[in-house]
Design a protein around this ligand. Structure first.
Ligand SMILES: [Zn+2]
Length: 237
């Protein structure tokens, strides 16, 4: 196993990592789209909620204003009657009606004040939520566009990487590729690891000095006794 072969194995491993990532992206990119779209819908529904509330409060306010007008003319009528009453009984009844109308006007006016306060708060909130929606739409929109582009190109990228993979494999020794594939399957990815501090970086087992010398020479495939990964020499171990 010459250094060139080690380099090729590492290159193969790099391509395989990229292929795994590309396959994974087929799942997580659509998930990201769902999340980003949900963010926009959330901001839209918050804004719509404030608008509905404003609409309802304005109707409430109109209803109260109408009530004040009705009760005020009723009060006026009662006060005119007061001028022409003849008995104490009539007086008592009228006085109670006037009191009642006055209380209703006062309660409605209090309601109007609250409604106006709410309208002011809601108008401010709508402004803020509109700004927030615009921001989310713009930020998420940019991301959505880029992710959609990525999704569209995943297939092409995978084909390119598979070609690359094929070109590497045909230049490698068959037995070496078989070892690589076997270890990769068993270890789920990191089949080729380097030696550091006189140990395998895959499982951290210390390697005998003689084996390290052999790895440094790089004349044949050397696998770790403990984890089975292919070992290579990269720097001062
Ligand atoms: Zn190991």
């Amino acid at each position: 196993m010459g250094n060139n072969a080690v380099e090729m194995l590492l290159k193969l491993q790099g391509v395989d990592y990229q292929l795994i990532e590309l396959e994974r992206s087929k799942d997580y990119l659509p998930d990201m789209i769902t999340t980003l779209e949900a963010g926009i819908r959330q901001a839209e529904s918050e804004l719509a909620g404030s608008r509905d509330q404003l609409e309802a409060t304005r109707l409430d306010n109109k209803r109260l204003e109408l009530r004040v007008r009705e009760k005020s003319s009723e009060l006026e009528r009662l006060q005119k009657q007061m001028l022409v009453i003849k008995t104490n009984k009539e007086y008592d009844a009228l006085a109670r009606e006037i009191e009642h109308a006055t209380a209703e006007i006062s309660a409605s006016e209090e309601g109007i004040l609250q409604a106006l306060e709410s309208i002011e708060t809601l108008e401010k909130q709508i402004g803020e939520r509109q700004t927030r929606l615009d921001e989310v739409k713009s930020t998420n929109g940019v991301q959505l566009e880029s992710i959609r582009g990525e999704i569209n190109s995943v297939g092409d990228k995978i084909r390119i990487k598979e070609d690359e993979r094929h070109n590497i494999i045909v230049r490698l020794d068959e037995a070496m590729v078989a070892t690589y594939e076997r270890v990769r399957k068993g270890k789920g990815g990191g089949a080729v690891v380097f030696v550091r501090n006189k140990a395998c970086t895959g499982c951290h087992k210390t390697l005998p000095p003689q084996l390290i010398q052999e790895i440094r020479r790089g004349e044949r495939i050397i696998t770790c006794d403990s984890c089975g990964r292919i070992l290579f020499w990269a720097e001062e171990g």
